[in-house]
Each structure stands twice: as structure tokens, then as C-alpha cells.
Write a protein that binds this ligand. Structure first.
Ligand code: HEM
Length: 252
């Protein structure tokens, strides 16, 4: 996560706020934007700070900035560009709660890239012998298990290799479009993956497995939706980043 601060000094507070009320609609809908807040200075009327939490600087600069949502956002706030006094990215250093970076990522907890490579190798071995799934994966690239391991590593907080080396979300999405994945196939995919997770001994603690299963449930349901005839999913988005959710990592 990265925080962007934009400081404005504007002559027409009311119009500025009205423009921002419109501009935050596309901003809030952007997958790269985690949160935002516009505050006005009580000591000096006309001074404003916009604080935006982005998934990463790269997601902001390369994802959001190249999206249609940015065009819509910018159209509203363009008249105020000349009133910007500061526009920079910041990293959290000290907070009331512990900075989130001290918590291990799911990627680290799982055992890093090697753990996900073991997982997908075993998993696709089972997939290719499965009556429901083998036909869809009949022509799969032999490197497919490694690519999916790269994807999972990035999703769970590891290096962004899938984005840099494999085309990120747009490429992954393109692989599912038009595949017409059925619910029973999705269920089998999930079930074989969970079996493989046991087989390669991914951490079995409830907190890790709950977070892992939650992404897999979400991701496979999206795969079904996006692969359906006539589906029109967003063509550009960052690779999702999945965290621990409600239950933090177990500390004995
Ligand atoms: C969380 C769920 C899922 C994830 C993370 C995932 C991940 C991926 C990724 C990263 C690719 C592209 C690999 C590359 O870079 O070449 C891919 C392709 C593919 N996925 Fe998925 N997928 C998911 C669910 C599913 C499901 C449920 C099915 C079908 C039952 C499926 C079928 C396929 C197929 C057939 C391909 C193309 C394989 C090839 O021909 O090389 N995926 N998937």
C-alpha cells in the first residue's frame, strides 16, 4: 500500500468540492484505489488535502493513470491542476497500530515461490487425470503450472513477476475468456487444489487456510463468470493482492 497526498490551495471552495464529489465516483470504483479522503483546512480556508491509498505506486501510475476511470476523474479536476502545491507518494512509517508490513504475507507464510510451484505441479498432475477437467486443459502449455504459481505468489504478497514477465491481469483474463467453465468444473478445480495443498503440506493452520480458500473461492467464481458466453469483464486491472482478512496470522 502507498499513500498519495495532493495539497491544493483553491480560490472557489464550493465549486472545488462539487467537482471532487463528481470526481471521486470513478476514483472510488478503481480497483487500484483502496481508499480516499478529502479534508479542508479549518485554519486556512481554501487549503485542501486529498489522501489516496493506492495498492502500489505502480498500480497508480501505470494502472489507474492509463484507465478510462482516470480520464473521467481528470475531466472533473483538471481546472484545479494549477492549484496543486504538492503531489507525492508516501510510505507508512509509524502508526497507532503496527505498520502492516511487519505482518508476514500469505506468500511468506506459505513458504514462498517454491511452495506455490510445488503446489501447482502436483495440482495440474491431478487435473490432467481428472475426467471433468482434463478436456479443458488438454492443450495446456507445459509451463502453465509455473505461470499459475507466479500468479498465486503475486496475489498472496510475493514479487510481481506475473505482472512484469507474463502480462499481468489482462493476460490471465484472456486465458479464461470464452472457456465456458461450468460450476461442476469449478468445484472440482477447487477440490483438487485443496487436496494438492494438503499433499504438498502448505501450512495447515486455520488462519492461512481460510485466507487461501477465500481467494480460491473468489478467483474461481470470477473465472466462471469471465469465461461465460457474452461476458464483458474489465480488460485492465492490477493483479489482486490478497491478505489475511479477519483472522490475523497465528501467534502461539
Ligand atoms: C483462483 C482461480 C484461478 C486462477 C488463479 C487461475 C490462474 C490462471 C492463470 C494465471 C492462467 C494463465 C497462465 C499463463 O500465464 O499462461 C490461467 C489459464 C487457464 N485457466 Fe485458470 N485460474 C483459475 C481458475 C480456473 C478454473 C476454475 C478453470 C477451469 C476449470 C481454469 C482454466 C484455465 C485454462 C483452461 C487456462 C489456459 C491454460 C492453457 O491452455 O495454457 N482456471 N489460469
Amino acid at each position: 500500500m502507498i499513500i498519495e497526498y495532493i495539497r491544493y490551495r483553491v480560490p472557489d471552495a464550493q465549486e472545488f468540492e462539487a467537482a471532487y464529489r463528481r470526481a471521486v465516483v470513478p476514483l472510488g470504483a478503481a480497483p487500484e484505489c483502496l481508499d480516499f479522503e478529502l479534508s479542508k483546512c479549518v485554519d486556512e480556508p481554501g487549503s485542501y488535502i486529498l489522501r489516496i491509498l493506492w495498492t502500489s505506486t505502480r498500480d497508480h501510475m501505470e494502472g489507474f493513470r492509463n484507465s478510462e476511470r482516470f480520464q473521467e476523474f481528470f475531466a472533473e479536476i483538471e481546472p484545479y491542476v494549477g492549484n496543486i502545491e504538492e503531489m507525492r507518494h508516501y510510505e507508512q512509517v509509524i502508526t497507532k497500530t503496527e505498520p502492516t508490513s511487519t505482518e508476514p504475507t500469505l506468500y511468506e507464510w506459505a513458504g514462498g515461490s517454491e511452495a506455490f510451484e510445488r503446489l501447482t505441479e502436483v495440482f495440474y498432475g491431478h487435473v490432467l487425470k481428472d475426467d471433468l477437467l482434463a478436456p479443458i486443459f488438454a492443450h495446456m502449455d507445459e509451463r502453465h503450472p509455473r505461470f499459475v504459481a507466479m500468479w498465486l505468489s503475486e496475489v498472496f504478497g510475493g514479487p510481481d513477476r506475473y505482472t512484469r514477465e507474463r502480462g499481468g491481469y489482462p493476460h490471465m483474463l484472456a486465458q479464461h475468456l470464452g472457456k465456458h467453465i461450468r460450476e461442476e468444473q469449478r468445484r472440482r478445480w477447487v477440490s483438487l487444489l485443496m487436496d494438492a495443498a494438503d499433499e504438498v503440506e502448505l501450512p495447515g493452520d486455520p488462519e492461512f487456510r481460510a485466507a487461501f480458500a477465500s481467494y480460491i473461492e473468489w478467483g474461481t467464481r470470477l473465472a466462471v463468470q469471465n469465461s461465460a458466453p457474452g461476458a464483458t469483464p474489465p480488460t485492465k486491472a492490477p493483479v489482486p493482492r490478497w491478505g489475511w482478512g479477519v483472522a490475523p496470522p497465528y501467534t502461539p
